[in-house]
Write a protein that binds this ligand. Structure first.
Ligand code: ADP
Ligand code: ADP
Length: 230
């Protein structure tokens, strides 16, 4: 994935000033920076939850130019290719955990109910929650709900996963459960962009750190160098 000269404005306020960076396959990039620096806006532009005003994002073999309309088909491909996990888990409260993870596979990927549920069980096992499949989200801790949200995003076989402060709403020990799942995912070769305040994750798990301030990338480099030598 490549981001070139990305610009996003909210009215007169410029939230992203010509951001550029490249994400190689299998790479894990941590984005850090103070609150309000544009980290979340950048992720939301990558999967077109926000429409950028300028610049270009090349992902899933397609170019998404800022300020242009994109076809339904292009957006559908993008949403399948790029999975996203938010700070709040946004699970469907009226569906079992199994259904939460399986439903999009039927609706978006056209899988049969059985195939979707088999794959959901497989993913729930990978995040350590196979025994919760028949329960409802309200019975799960925040850390469990976030792991379910990760399984749900993985169910569509994304090539890239975006995480927007996935542990910020969690108590520290529940955050660690989520970070452990993310570490395994990184080690399995998933390409990831992680907006986080977890400096140990940035240092120990990510390959590269991008530091943002005031809508700009102010520093960027290999995690160990950048984090050791602030
Ligand atoms: P971060 O994720 O680094 O905390 P954000 O990307 O959420 O930063 O926000 C960057 C800036 O853009 C902030 O000043 C924020 O107030 C502003 N902003 C974000 N979303 C909107 C919006 N929908 N409308 C207006 N301003 C926004
Ligand atoms: P594959 O067929 O590529 O081996 P699987 O079907 O076994 O993949 O797993 C599906 C996805 O789950 C893969 O993208 C893999 O990266 C991811 N994954 C691996 N480990 C974990 C984990 N601990 N938690 C969540 N997802 C994981």
């Amino acid at each position: 994935m490549r981001i070139e000269n990305l610009v996003k404005r909210y009215g007169a306020y410029v939230a992203l000033h010509e951001i550029g960076f490249e994400l190689k396959s299998g790479e894990v990039v941590a984005i850090i920076g103070p609150s309000g620096s544009g980290k979340s806006t950048l992720l939301r532009c990558v999967n077109q939850l926000e429409q950028p005003d300028g610049g270009c994002i090349t992902v899933a073999g397609q170019r998404f130019e800022g300020g242009k309309e994109h076809s339904r088909a292009a957006l559908d491909t993008l949403r399948r290719t790029v999975g996203m996990v938010f700070q709040s888990f946004n699970l469907f409260p009226h569906m079992t955990i199994l259904r939460n993870v399986s439903i999009a596979q039927e609706r978006v990927a056209g899988r049969s109910r059985k195939d979707a549920e088999d794959r959901a069980m497989h993913l729930l096992a990978r995040v350590g929650l196979a025994d919760k499949a028949g329960q409802y989200p309200a019975r799960c801790s925040g850390g469990q709900q976030q792991r379910i949200a990760i399984a749900r995003a993985l169910a569509l076989d994304p090539q890239i996963m975006l995480f927007d402060e996935p542990t910020s709403a969690l108590d520290p020990e529940l955050g660690l459960e989520v970070l452990a799942v993310m570490r395994e995912l990184a080690e399995s070769g998933m390409t990831m962009i992680v907006v986080t305040h977890e400096m140990r994750f940035a240092e120990n798990v990510s390959d590269r750190v991008v530091v943002m301030a005031d809508g700009r990338v102010i520093e960027e480099g290999p995690s160990r160098e950048l984090m050791r030598d602030p």
